[in-house]
Design a protein around this ligand. Sequence first.
Ligand SMILES: *[C@@H]1O[C@H](CO)[C@@H](O)[C@H](O)[C@H]1NC(C)=O
Ligand SMILES: *[C@@H]1O[C@H](CO)[C@@H](O)[C@H](O)[C@H]1NC(C)=O
Length: 449
Amino acid sequence: MASSSRVFVLLLLIIFNFLYISAQKTIKHKPFSMSFPLISTSLSHNSSSKALFLSSFMASNNRRQTQNTKTMSRIPSLNYKSTFKYSMALIVTLPIGTPPQNQQMVLDTGSQLSWIQCHKKIPKRPPPTTSFDPSLSSTFSVLPCTHPLCKPRIPDFTLPTTCDQNRLCHYSYFYADGTLAEGNLVREKITFSRSQSTPPLILGCATESEDAEGILGMNLGRFSFASQAKVQKFSYCVPIRQGSHAVKPSGTFYLGQNPNSHTFQYINLLTFPQSQRMPNLDPLAFTVGMVGIKIGGKKLNISGRVFRPNAGGSGQTIIDSGTEYTFLVEEAYNKVREEIVRLVGPRLKKGYVYGGALDMCFDNRPIEIGRLIGDMTLQFENGVDILINKERMLDEVEGGIHCVGIGRSESLGIASNIIGNFHQQNLWVEFDMRNRRVGFGKGECSRQV
Ligand SMILES: *[C@@H]1O[C@H](CO)[C@@H](O)[C@H](O)[C@H]1NC(C)=O
Ligand SMILES: *[C@@H]1O[C@H](CO)[C@@H](O)[C@H](O)[C@H]1NC(C)=O
């Protein structure tokens, strides 16, 4: 009797084991996919200082790249990051640490290293605080000075780091306005669920900063979130912006497979080998082959050459979720402006420039002006288009004043074309690192919750 029940239990165990293994197999075959709400929100004015901080990395990077030509004063990216980057940001909330603490982060396909706001030495805001408390996480660790990333010269970028008295990798940086930002480089996991978490990732942990949000760096660099977490692709759908209303419509952010991807059209990324690096080129950005612009059905007379990097790297066209508006190099911008002037010239607000960059602005009547301008199409290789509906040609920048969401790259001190998040509304954008391509698909982003 006893032995037969033992056999029965054994049999049950074998059956369970078999079921368990086949269940695991089916899970394994299903591609990794995880989605999060994505909101589009205006950041506090003080976030521009964070932007400047990030720019210091690009600046030092550029300095490194140009140092053999001894042109230390040429820092093309500095202004770019400080003006429109992050002013209207895409925010995703990720569960960081063990147990997870939800952290709001700015989704940025244009930068590399991710940052979280760690517990402030002197909490400036009353609880509940939005910053991350390292003491509550069992998987948090700090990066020692001996780590290669803490060395002053490493291949990808240069951090303004020092080794502090505790032998920890410490960064500190003075903003243009004299305020100090500092923190440590740390390692921490993103814990999606009990069974799914990333390995410990290298992050910046800001201890002195006014900003509530961190940054999720998603470019092609080896220290970006996507690279460190070994995410092979990610995608997002930017919700339609609805002024300054309290309730923000929610879009979607996917890590891994997107169930809508069968509807996407793809263009290959332009890649740049190490040997081909040029001073004005950001080789870690998502660079695509843009070929032209249409306004109101009319193809503008712009040479496709201005959308591709030249010998010095000027002219690359990047898809950047962390920049608000679209910026075009001089030759392309002039042709766009010429056409806008032809269509609605007498309505232009004379002498008005918003933020030093947007100079095609109007007083009131945005719907009528949008209708006069018509739809805009950004054209890419393989016949892939991004259609900007006439209702979304203009953005209200301040009380009743609306501007075309396109600026001159030169006004930001950069030499690239940037497609900003304003022109990615109601659009699926997929970044497929494994196949080195970017996909676009029509989306109804505000309803994807
Ligand atoms: C922004 O920064 C200034 C000082 O630079 C500070 O007085 C102000 O309180 C900050 N605003 C916010 C919303 O943090
Ligand atoms: C297109 O632009 C080029 C240079 O800007 C000019 O030489 C050419 O005449 C233009 N073509 C037309 C059809 O306007």
